[in-house]
Design a protein around this ligand. Sequence first.
Ligand code: NAD
Length: 255
Amino acid sequence: MEDLIKRAADLLERSRKVVAFTGAGVSTESGIPDFRSPGGIWEKYEPVYYQDFLDDEEARRRYWLRSRATYPVLRDAIPNPTHLALVELEKMGKLDCIITQNIDRLHHKAGSLPEKIIEIHGNSAFAVCLGCRRNYPREEIQNLLEENDGIAVPHCPECKGFLKDATISFGQSMPEEETKEAMLRAQECDLMFTLGSSLVVYPAAYLPRYAHQAGAKLIIINMTATPLDHLADVVIHGKTGEVLRRIVNEIRMKL
Ligand code: NAD
């Protein structure tokens, strides 16, 4: 492990445009379960596909039941050593941007510069009307869901359209601007390191592939093996918090 940490630190130090690509695994240490580990979100709630949300009142009811239960976990979570180490890398001038699949806003809460965070799966701080595209603070919707044992499916107060979390569901298109920006950054970086992602969720998992194809080095840090491990220059199987802290310490010693 020591040798891998040194190699990763060395690559980071020598690179000029570094992109961090984060997944649900960076937030498990903040108490937010990931999707695929035992005890993860999928074991408790089946995902609601976007088309079903649009077509079926029962699917919308299940969607909001799950959202009502999971939102407080996301809202109350606090950043962990991984998020803080990324802030430190940014302050060292070592980070071009963070592309995150996460919806939990923990990179923002940790203090990463908002303009350096690209959220490709949206975020849980807002709900959006699928009719008129108005945004509402998600906290307001939570109050509606909870007060007097609340409503089951919220609608837009303005146009009565369906409200949905400002996150991307299975089968829903990725946000256009963020996706474009993420692809550009992936193709322009000279090092991408992926943190806490199974790298099986597409199209997001194309990003490290694009980076690699464009000639960037790849570091993969994840607890378990990923399908892209064979493309990486360094693969470290471990907890992102501990691994990243050791890499940052290594770089700090050389500065
Ligand atoms: P994933 O659940 O598919 O994979 C997470 C990976 O992280 C797993 O391979 C697991 O072994 C690893 N892992 C868990 N804890 C770890 C730790 N402490 N250190 C290192 N590795 C760890 O997650 P994904 O690849 O991000 O894709 C799932 C989708 O789910 C994403 O689109 C994301 O938007 C969404 N999601 C987000 C959150 C969140 O915002 N925190 C939580 C669950 C799911």
